[in-house]
Structures are given as C-alpha cells and as structure tokens.
Design a protein around this ligand. Sequence first.
Ligand code: TTP
Ligand code: CA
Length: 369
Amino acid sequence: MHLDLDSFYAQCEENANPHLKGKPVVVCVYSGRTEDSGAVSTANYEARKYGVKAGIPIARAKKLLEGVDAAFVPMNHPYYEQVSERIMDILRTQSDAFEQASIDEAFLDVSARTATSFDAARDAALEIKNQLFTQENVTASIGIGPNKVIAKIASDQAKPDGLTVVKPEDVPNFLSLLPVSRIPGVGKRAEEKLTQMNVSTIRQLSSLSPTILVETFGKSLGGYIYRTSRGDDDEPVKERGQPVQFSRIATLKQNTRRAEEVLPVLTVLANSVSDKLKEHGLRCKSVAIIAILTDLTIRSRSRMLESPSSEGKIIESSARQLIQEFLQSNPEAVLRRLGVKASGLTMEAGQTDMSKFLAEQNQSGSSGT
Ligand code: TTP
Ligand code: CA
C-alpha cells in the first residue's frame, strides 16, 4: 500500500485555521525581497482549479486568483512535521512493515495481515482513511498493488481522497495507457528523450529492449525504467535509516552440541535466509549464527562475506565455520536453539532503489523550498 496525503501543507493550514475551509488556499514560501516574491509550496484543490500549483511564483498565483476570496498563508514547516509524525505513528500500527517515504507519503506492507487478499487490503485502506479523517481530519489517496512501485503509481491515480487497487493480473492493463511520466523518477528530461524515441505510453516503453534503455539512460536508471514498465519491482518495504536484516531460528529436536545434529539444521536455516534475500532482491554483506544455550543465554558470532551474496551455499558455509569455531572455543556449550542471520543488506547488482530516483526528482523539480 502507498499512501499520499492530499495537498498536505494546505490541509494542515485549513485545520489550524478553520475559517480557510472551502476557500482556495495557497501555501507560500516568501523570499522576503518584495512583498510577493517567492514561490508556491502547495495549493489546496480549490486553488488548483484556477491553475495554481507547487513551484509557480506567488505573484502568478495572485494573478490567477484575482477577484477570488482566496487565502495566501506562509509555510510553517515545524507544524506540518508535528502533524506528519502523528499520522505516521497511526500508519505504522496498521502495517506489517512500514516505510515513511517523505513528510506526507508512506509505504505499508499489509501482506501478512490481509493474507495477501486484495479485497481485505481494500478494507484495510478504507479503515485507515477513516482513522486519519476522524483523528486528524485529513484525507489521503491510497494505492494498493503487488509491489511498491505499482502501489505508488496507483496512489496517484485518483486524487484527492482516492483509493485504487491494482491486482497482479491487472498490472499490464493498468500500466499500458499511462504516460511514461507516471513512472516515479521519470522526470522532464527522461520524458523528453522518450518523446524523441516516439515513446509516450508505458506500453510503448515496455516494448523497448533493455539494451536501448540502458544505452539511453545508463545502467541504473535504464534498468529501473525497464523493470517498472513491466510492473516488476521487488524492493522490500523497510523502515528508512535502520539496518535491515533477515534471520531464521529453529529449536533443535534435542539439546545437543554434536555436529551431525547441528549442521543439517544450519543448512535448512541458511537456505531459508537465502530464499528470503532472493525474494526481496537483496544480498547480505555479513552472516551470523545465533546460539541459544540450554540455560537460555544467547551467543552470536558473525563474519563479513568476501562480497555481498544471497547464495544459500555461501551463507551456509559461513554459518558452518562460525558454529564450528563457536563450539570449539566453548567446550561446555550445549545448544537448545540455533539461528542464522543475514545483515548489511544491499540491492542486487544493477538495481537501484526507487527512492533514489524520487529524491533526485524532488531535488530538480522542487519549488526551492
Ligand atoms: P506533494 O505530495 O507533492 O503535494 P501535495 O501533498 O501538496 O498535493 P497532492 O499530493 O494532493 O498532489 O508534496 C507534499 C508537500 O510537500 C506539499 O504539501 C508541500 C511540499 N512541497 C513543496 O514545498 N514544494 C514542492 O514543489 C512540492 C511538489 C511539494
Ligand atoms: Ca501529497
């Protein structure tokens, strides 16, 4: 699920100043040089009807709204941050995994709590919208899809107060007629290059060869555009700024320190961690074993791999060495439970985080706020 609050700063202002409700509201970043110099940070949907939008000069917005009972308010970022924090706390509790993507956007993995039912996910989204409205008096647009990039494109499909569900089997139809600019990270420059190649829809884009896209946009952006045009994305939803790790722990059939009993379990755990990494398109830089002893003390040993990997064999061989070293140097230790952990996770070679392109786009397309 991807959730994007509607005209976020403007909604915050309307809630702080209820007399603004119903009027066109323009949130301004005044530069201070002259009374009207500066740019529009955002405008509510009433103001957008007049053509007012983020990034245009305030003077131009005033012209567009000449004779209209509109409000021009200065941006108050610390206040929007407070509102955002409260909203993100609500959303976090409604997800299995959570990733805040900006002050007013977040990804929610709801796969487990909905048992991957798209109908249950729709109900969950309605419940979230309801909760945001009752608790914070804000509306949001939500997209639901089989992966992050489809959910993000879907959340932009029906704004404001929208809800768009794209089931896996509907992905090709959903994408086919959308303009290429709907792909997050495809900015003005990329769009122009594609127009020169006679490509305007995502369907046309998906018929280009990966080689051409990589030649035109470079390995990273080209590869990303190619995958996205086919609806492919396997980035995990992860809390930003926190190290992500995968681990698997099992209870042994009986307490033991005998290699012939320990190693087969280790193999299963290593392969399970490897599957999890591959499923998310990730590789790990280091592998650890977790040994839970009969007195329930927890011991661990870790090592860096020569290069990041998601291969079961590599994870298993590291884990084997670690457990053997551990048992040798702890002759009294008897194991009750055993775990394998992969950490220092990185994207598969050639893949780049969608968020990187979004950040770049935000930098080049912002109104200088
Ligand atoms: P957006 O989500 O892009 O815009 P929005 O929430 O105002 O409107 P909507 O999602 O309904 O289309 O950006 C979130 C906030 O970031 C926005 O409220 C104000 C701020 N912002 C700027 O200050 N400058 C900008 O150029 C943009 C695009 C946004
Ligand atoms: Ca928004």
